[in-house]
Design a protein around this ligand. Structure first.
Ligand SMILES: NC(=O)c1ccc[n+]([C@@H]2O[C@H](COP(=O)([O-])OP(=O)(O)OC[C@H]3O[C@@H](n4cnc5c(N)ncnc54)[C@H](OP(=O)(O)O)[C@@H]3O)[C@@H](O)[C@H]2O)c1
Length: 343
């Protein structure tokens, strides 16, 4: 089990700060379902107590038809993995997200280039969503995706999908629900209002927000008070949170949850950002991914990191980051390398 230094509280659970993202087990490139469930079991056996999923983690099963037979695939897989695990299920925090969906076909519309520092040169980020405000409902294809993603954060959609998530996960109340991301067509206050309604109705215990800037964090904090417990933003050596939302979370006492903490797997990223981590990994005789995760944990005592894994070996290797101690010199060198990219 992990040491106290890498434990923290989130949504009423005292848990290790290294959880497990389950997106790679549910979308493009996913392994078969048995392997996926064995991978989740391996994570739980190692000590993972936070599983991250989303209403939108599924693949369209009939491309081009506009229907999806396997809606809820990712959430039902998490439910079944927990049901067939012989450990203490009550210790496991399940977080899901609402307000995004997969597009069923390769999108015809391609948005103009965005100036978002988190997006690639075609204005996309790793879930393929345009960050450009305004205009028609935008959806795009990530470079590594066969299908697109689309924000749909109309309050009625968010509320309906959250209730479906509870059914998929087989629970009466969701432990923690994030709004998946801003929707250029919906006022941010209205998205947060949907979370407030879900809290008031008892559909969710705690709320989180994702893919947000500091102003959106302030809006959510004002509307949700202490029921807002977490911000899930992209953070890794190759995507180092240039808007400094992690520091803002620290000022407010909010948990900061890093998505794509190893750079992600749908899109190419700048591998040179990981060279200093490879050097340190050589000192410790471990994978550079383990060093990346240990370094992330060192950045903020309420930071949670949620790497995906596609097999038991990967999550075992990643979870060992909770036991890896980096020296002050190593941390200083890694911090300097990332901060130079961060601005
Ligand atoms: N809020 C959002 O909008 C948002 C967006 C993206 C992701 N997320 C969340 O963040 C989670 C993680 O992000 P991600 O799936 O994009 O990518 P990631 O965790 O940055 O990268 C995962 C990939 O790295 C490889 N890997 C993992 N552990 C490894 C290890 N110990 N050694 C070597 N390789 C390893 C695996 O790929 P291979 O199997 O190919 O080696 C895995 O699929 C997701 O599951 C999801 O829960 C949220």
């Amino acid at each position: 089990m992990t040491t106290a230094r890498n434990m923290s509280e989130l949504a009423g659970f005292a848990i290790p700060r290294l959880g497990m993202g389950t997106m790679a087990l549910a979308i493009e490139g996913r392994p078969d379902r048995d392997t996926a469930i064995r991978t989740i079991h391996a994570g739980l056996d190692a000590g993972v107590r936070y599983l991250d999923t989303a209403w939108s983690y599924y693949l369209p099963s009939e491309p081009g038809t506009g229907t999806a037979k396997d809606l809820g695939y990712g959430e039902k897989m998490v439910r079944d993995a927990l049901a067939s695990w012989d450990g203490p299920r009550d210790e496991v925090l399940i977080a899901t997200k609402t307000g995004y969906r997969r597009t069923m076909e390769v999108p015809a519309f391609v948005a103009p280039v965005s100036d978002s520092p988190e997006s690639d040169t075609q204005g996309r980020d790793s879930e393929g969503c345009s960050r450009r405000p305004g205009g028609e409902r935008q959806h795009l294809q990530a470079a590594g995706s066969q299908y697109g993603w689309m924000a749909d954060s109309r309050p009625e959609t968010m509320i309906r999908d959250a209730k479906e998530s509870a059914l998929h996960l087989g629970v009466d109340t969701l432990d923690l629900l994030y709004s998946h991301g801003p929707d250029p067509e919906v006022a941010y206050e209205d998205q947060v209002g949907a979370l407030k309604q879900l809290l008031d109705e008892g559909v969710i215990r705690y709320a989180g927000i994702s893919r947000v800037d500091n102003a959106q964090i302030d809006t959510a904090r004002e509307m949700l008070g202490d029921k807002l417990v977490a911000v899930q933003n992209q953070f890794s050596p190759s995507h180092p949170d240039p808007e400094h939302t992690m520091e803002h979370c620290a000022e407010l006492g909010l948990a900061f949850v890093c998505w794509s903490p190893l750079g992600g797997f749908l899109d190419a990223f700048d591998q040179r950002a990981y060279d200093p981590f490879r050097t340190v990994a050589g000192n410790h005789g471990c994978s550079y991914q383990r060093v990346v995760l240990a370094w992330e944990l060192s950045r903020y005592e309420r930071l949670f990191t949620i790497p995906s894994a596609r097999n038991p070996q990967e999550i075992n290797d990643s979870f060992a980051a909770t036991e890896l101690t980096l020296t002050q010199d190593e941390l200083a060198m890694l911090n300097a390398s990332v901060d130079a990219r961060r601005g």
